[in-house]
Design a protein around this ligand. Structure first.
Ligand SMILES: [Mn+2]
Length: 322
């Protein structure tokens, strides 16, 4: 049920052992929100553990707090009294971490996705927040936590990554204010930007050069898309970590409003990322294909379809927004 941040704080105040769960395919905001909340709760003298049922991309581990996150199997015997999910818009997003909930709803959910369905006992979601890490920072503020540099840097990670390093439309004055406070507390933005933005491999760049050849533009240059096939991924020995940023490259084209990027995985699974610049709400396109997200960034994943057929269906749907 939708509640206030004060209700969340009250629930956490009474907690002794907390389990904080993030979503699969963890991004900077997920990793930041899990680890930051864990560190805040520990500073309050509570026991807290963070869980993500997926590999944490290696480059995030350069941010000290990221190593606080564990896998499901390491936490099966952890008898928490309060569970929290962060940055997940629905329960399926937490993957196998759901096994740790023993069939119960999470006690608290914290999220900023527009498509959030409200699946906890106490839900706090608000798409005006640029990142879940901003919500977690406000929780820390309400508790009056003293930030050290490790806590400040892991908290800033999510705020930086979900705002595209302070350049997307969600980078409001609050984001800059909190970022400046976190920097005063010892976070070094260059550690974060270098870890997240400067870890490209040669394989990734070679793959990207082939992706550029797949690029198509229509609707007077406003709709652009590209894809990577399973064969291309294999040939260049690339993983999802290597291709995650490609959709932003498509959006960076002058005049493009909507950018779409298709990734074909082995075994006929296709994931699709949507980005927009100014006015098209791409969460609506993603929802039409069973996904979700934000107005300017969304995604979906579909099984048992051909890449070609999926491109046709998605582009047909996207044309309706122009
Ligand atoms: Mn987020």
């Amino acid at each position: 049920m939708l509640k206030t941040l004060d209700d969340v704080v009250k629930k956490l105040e009474n907690a002794k052992k907390v389990l904080v769960i993030g979503h699969i395919k963890p991004d900077g905001d997920c990793i930041s929100s899990v680890a930051t909340l864990v560190l805040i709760l520990r500073k309050l003298g509570k026991t807290a553990e963070g869980c993500v049922d997926d590999e944490i991309p290696w480059f995030y581990k350069e941010i000290a707090g990221a190593s606080e996150i564990k896998r499901v199997d390491q936490l099966r015997d952890y008898d928490y009294d309060t569970s929290v999910t962060v940055d997940a818009s629905e329960i399926s997003r937490i993957g196998n971490s759901v096994e740790l909930l023993d069939g119960k709803k999470p006690d608290i959910t914290l999220d900023h996705h527009k498509t959030n369905v409200g699946f906890g006992e106490i839900d706090f979601y608000d798409s005006d927040y640029a990142a879940t890490a901003v919500i977690v920072y406000e929780i820390g503020k309400k508790f009056g936590i003293e930030y050290d540099s490790k806590l400040a840097e892991i908290n800033l990670l999510g705020i930086a990554t979900d705002t595209g390093f302070f350049k997307y439309s969600n980078a409001d004055s609050k984001v800059f204010r909190y970022a400046s406070e976190l920097i005063d507390s010892g976070a070094i933005i260059q550690h974060i930007s270098s870890a997240v933005l400067e870890h490209r491999t040669i394989n990734e760049l070679k793959l990207f050069s082939e992706v550029v050849d797949t690029l198509k533009v229509e609707e007077n240059g406003k709709l652009a898309w590209a894809y990577v096939s399973a064969e291309m991924l294999k040939r260049h020995n690339c993983t999802d970590e290597d291709v995650n940023g490609f959709v932003s490259e498509v959006r960076s084209i002058y005049g493009v409003e909507v950018a779409i990027f298709f990734i074909e995985w082995p075994e006929r699974q296709i994931s699709i990322s949507f980005r927009s610049k100014n006015y098209v709400d791409v969460s609506k396109i993603a929802v039409a294909f069973g996904g979700g997200g934000h107005a300017r960034a969304s995604g979906c994943s579909i099984k048992d379809v051909d890449l070609e057929e999926m491109i046709k269906r998605v582009i047909d749907k996207s044309r309706e927004f122009f």
